[in-house]
Design a protein around this ligand. Structure first.
Ligand SMILES: [Zn+2]
Length: 273
């Protein structure tokens, strides 16, 4: 419920946590590599992906008003509302120590809007709980888990968003594309800075990443800090959701990402208590 343990981690199930640093470096390398590589329009369908796509495509249910065709296929996208159905996540307290806002409720508000927007765009969207049983072997073209960071005032740099991709996937390039798209579009939509230096191990080691299908491209986003970013998170939630939606659509549609990342700010020295 705070910085150190804001997301369920699979680390306790792991015997050897040492690959963490490697994964961070690898992730950064892939991100940089993809920044300077033009996305090919055929990228999404390269390799043996047609096989994977067939698993992700779901027949359009009859009577669904979002699309006019009868058998029009829809791409499936998963959205995890962080902590939903499990715990409160980070909390904001008033002067008397009473909880005034929980991360779980902020996450659910954002995740619900993301789901609605994606459905309007013609996708089939699963809104998933933390530890949702459907996550076991989960198959989708993309899966994004929505979280938020601490409500405790840390310092003036404790503002902005963080991203981490699932590195257990079979396709690291596409995993880096998802985070590249989210970083560009979310940063562009919200104007929030990107925290490249304070991605915590519980984001990289997020338990979901080891449970889903290896063909599902997944990422976790912390959309902001509940202290300094509280206003945009709670009062401009539609914009926050729109940034995530644009990032997902950038990934699915293979849109280009300019090598002009959102402004970054230094790591927070006291991120862990
Ligand atoms: Zn969280």
């Amino acid at each position: 419920m705070d910085n150190k343990s804001s997301h369920p981690s699979k680390s306790k199930r792991r015997e050897n946590p040492s690959p963490l640093i490697f994964l961070v470096v690898l992730g950064a390398a892939f991100f940089m590599a993809t920044l300077f590589t033009a996305w090919t329009p055929s990228g999404l369908f390269s390799g043996n992906l047609s096989e994977k796509m067939s698993m992700m495509l779901t027949a359009q249910p009859e009577g669904n008003p979002t699309l006019s065709g009868g058998d029009y296929p829809q791409l499936r996208i998963g959205i995890i509302s962080g902590h939903w159905g499990n715990d409160s996540g980070a909390v904001c307290l008033d002067g008397n120590g009473e909880v005034t806002l929980t991360e779980a409720e902020v996450n659910l508000k954002i995740a619900t809007l993301v789901q609605q927007k994606l459905i309007q765009s013609g996708y089939q969207v699963d809104l998933l709980k933390e530890f949702d049983p459907r996550l076991d072997g989960y198959n989708a073209v993309a899966l994004v888990s929505i979280h938020n960071d601490s409500c405790v005032y840390i310092d003036e740099n404790a503002t902005g968003f963080k991203l981490s991709a699932a590195m257990d996937t079979e396709d690291l390039t596409r995993a880096a594309r998802l985070t590249g798209c989210l970083r560009d579009r979310y940063g562009g939509a919200t104007g929030l800075p990107y925290h490249s230096g304070s991605i915590t191990s519980d984001m990289i080691d997020y338990y979901v990443f080891s449970e889903i299908s290896k063909t599902t491209i997944a990422a976790i986003i912390e959309t902001g800090f509940m202290n300094l970013d509280r206003d945009i998170l709670t009062q401009d939630t539609d914009l926050v959701a729109e940034g995530i939606v644009q990032g997902i659509e950038c990934f699915v549609n293979n849109e280009s990402v300019k090598p002009t990342p959102a402004p970054t700010i230094p790591p927070i020295s006291t991120i862990s208590p």
